[in-house]
Design a protein around this ligand. Structure first.
Ligand code: GRF
Length: 206
């Protein structure tokens, strides 16, 4: 099975969902030394590394060290799970096609930060999350799977975030399993999943 290297910056709940789904995680790398996700990984006996971005003078230097750390674990897939650094084009190109991210909105709506707040401010009635291949343009790569949730009257940012997060924990392991099984095909920027029972949209009423 393709080994997964997971990059995190904090809590690590998606990391946890991926590990608990039974996928083989080779290493967890964080740019923040006290990221809670590192403790979870260590407790599970998963290799961890810390590459602190503050120790580097440029994005290029940080990304070079990050890539060196990743390569020590011979990854088949590199996944971003709450990794809060913008990666250089060079880094993205190096891993293009096996670099995957989860984003807390229904892309192409709400790329960037504060997605739940912006969705509430716009009064949208459907929100959600997206797993996608990473390309140099931030939050714009080919979409693998999305989950939609309702926006409910009286929702706070926290309530909406929690509803979306539950779906993140469903779709990220699903997308990564498809990838490890070589079932994802990209044609003209559109991702298709080969095989039966592979709906790329999940509609949640929770
Ligand atoms: C998730 O909402 C993810 O979509 C976003 O950052 C958050 C990370 O949460 N990119 P966690 O660290 O996986 O709990």
């Amino acid at each position: 099975m393709k080994s997964i290297v997971i990059l995190i910056s904090g809590r690590g709940s998606n990391l946890r969902a991926i590990v608990e789904s039974g996928l083989q995680v080779g290493a967890v790398i964080s740019n923040v030394a006290d990221a809670a996700g590192l403790d979870f990984a260590r407790a599970r006996g998963i290799a961890t590394e810390v590459v602190e971005h503050r120790a580097f003078l440029s994005r290029e230097a940080f990304d070079a060290e990050l890539a060196a750390a990743i390569e020590r674990h011979a990854p088949g897939i590199v996944t971003l799970a709450g990794f809060m650094r913008i990666l250089t084009d060079g880094f993205v190109r190096r891993y293009e096609g096996r670099l995957i991210n989860i984003h807390p909105s229904l892309l192409p709506a709400y790329p960037g930060l504060y997605t739940h707040r912006r969705a509430l401010e716009d009064g949208v009635k459907i929100h959600g999350c997206t797993v996608h291949f990473v390309t140099p343009r931030l939050d714009h790569g080919p979409i693998i799977v999305q989950a939609a949730v309702p926006v409910l009257p009286g929702d706070t940012e926290e309530a909406l975030a929690a509803r979306v997060l539950r779906q993140e924990h469903r779709i990220y392991p699903l997308a990564l399993r498809w990838f490890t099984e070589d079932r994802l095909v990209i044609e003209n920027g559109i991702v298709r999943v080969m095989g039966q029972d592979a709906s790329q949209s999940i509609l949640s009423d929770q």
